[in-house]
Design a protein around this ligand. Structure first.
Ligand SMILES: [Zn+2]
Length: 421
């Protein structure tokens, strides 16, 4: 015997007394089969209902061969320590629907019907995919049958959104009619050809003679379009030759609006702006910050040039020193420039100094070594890196070494001075 689906006659039924037909297992879980149910099993892109049977929470609801399996947590049917949780065939049980969850599904699902109907009516777009996610819903609209449209622009989406909300505000009846065969359902103005041959449910928004939308669907829907409340499109994306519409409906659209409004208010406080002048204040801040970036860049270049000039002067003076050390060394400590600028200074001395230039960057306990290849900077690091637990490497003309203690760079410089003297 098949389970009588009471939600098909009355979608607002939230409680019911019925009988356990048998205890079963489905998908490796204990399951109850009941003579009647108010719980919608997963189907048509709509998730399953939840609720309780005699106070025991459902883990899920699935349908197979006309029978609805009310899935329970493992242990509920076999746990003899918990007699209140045990069920037996023939037992009278009380069903309670998690109405908030169901109503959320109905609002979203019906919103999807209405919006798909609009894309069909306005642009000949066919819904080829539907996904109800936690953050948003999507429909994939194909324009394959309509040569008048090649794309769905944002303006078209905004138009569809306005039309969909019109249908919601008209509070049209949403009706479900059932047919035994495809032939019986012939002549109904469906937006999508029938995929099933028998036991067909057809859902219409508006008068069945001239509906705003009409499609085969097994899900649960509110009785009037007004219950959907609100529909908002978020974005349109190209998707496998179709157009993926991201949107939300019902309470979730309101919650999203509240979150985005709060975000605007917070941003407004940061920018001392209201909604009307927030964008212009953000633009002004952006312009100011790119001005500051340009000034900062100019300043850095000027510091780099003056440092290069100062090092070059020292290098020139060293030429007059008699006797010259075996390897002349210049050491500078710079903590006020980014690492990239230290590299620019070091490389800027290439060919201008016959010796070893060491730039010390104390913030990161780091030394940068530069030369014309004599001495070999990479080899200097490689040969001495372990002495002060440094890490680094490089090539003959430049290398880098990072230490884990702040006083190690200076000790390392002393070591190199002795080594190169
Ligand atoms: Zn539906």
């Amino acid at each position: 015997m098949t389970t009588k689906k009471r939600y098909e006659q009355d979608v607002n039924l939230r409680e019911l007394d019925t009988t356990v037909v048998r205890l079963d297992r489905y998908l490796d879980r204990p399951a109850l089969v009941l003579s009647e149910t108010i719980f919608f099993p997963e189907g048509g892109g709509q998730p399953w209902d939840l609720g309780t049977i005699n106070g025991v929470a459902l883990a899920g609801v699935l349908e197979a061969d006309g029978e609805v399996y009310h899935l329970l947590e493992t242990g509920v049917l076999t746990n003899s320590d918990s007699p209140s949780a045990a069920f037996a065939p023939g037992q009278q049980v009380h069903l309670m629907l998690d109405w908030d969850r169901r109503f959320d599904h109905m609002q979203r699902h019906c919103g999807e019907h209405i919006l798909s109907g609009i894309f069909f009516r306005e642009f000949g777009g066919v819904n080829r995919g539907f996904h109800m996610g936690d953050e948003y819903m999507t429909i994939d609209i194909s324009l394959e049958h309509n040569p008048d449209f090649e794309t769905i622009t944002w303006e078209m989406a905004v138009h569809a959104e306005a039309e969909a909300n019109q249908i919601i505000w008209q509070n049209l009846p949403v009706t479900t009619r059932r047919y035994d065969s495809k032939e019986e359902a012939a002549g109904i103005p469906l937006r999508k050809e029938l995929a099933v041959l028998e036991d067909i449910s057809i859902v219409c928004v508006g008068s069945p003679d001239n509906p705003s939308d009409c499609v085969a669907c097994c899900g649960t829907h509110p009785t009037n379009s007004g219950q959907v409340g609100l529909l908002k499109i978020y974005k349109v994306e190209n998707y496998k030759g179709m157009f993926r519409i991201y949107f939300e409906a019902g309470k979730r659209a309101l919650v999203d609006y509240q979150a985005k409004h709060q975000l605007i208010v917070t941003l407004g406080k940061k920018f001392s702006a209201g909604v009307e002048d927030l964008l212009s204040k953000v633009d002004a801040r952006e312009a100011k910050s790119s001005e500051v970036r340009a000034e900062f860049h100019k300043l850095r270049q000027s510091v780099i040039q003056s440092r290069l000039a100062e090092i070059s002067k020292t290098a020139d003076e060293m030429k007059d020193t008699i006797p010259l050390p075996k390897v002349p060394m210049i050491v500078r400590v710079y903590d006020d420039l980014p690492v990239d600028d230290l590299m620019t200074i070091g490389r800027g001395m290439t060919g201008k100094f016959k010796g070893l230039l060491i730039l010390h960057y104390p913030t990161a306990h780091t030394l940068f070594l530069f030369s014309d290849g004599k001495p070999d900077c990479g080899k200097l690091v490689k040969d001495h890196v372990d002495i002060y637990n440094g890490k680094g490497g490089g090539n003959p003309t430049s290398s880098r070494i990072i230490f884990n203690k702040p006083d190690y760079p200076e000790l390392f410089i002393d070591l190199l001075e002795k080594h190169l003297r």
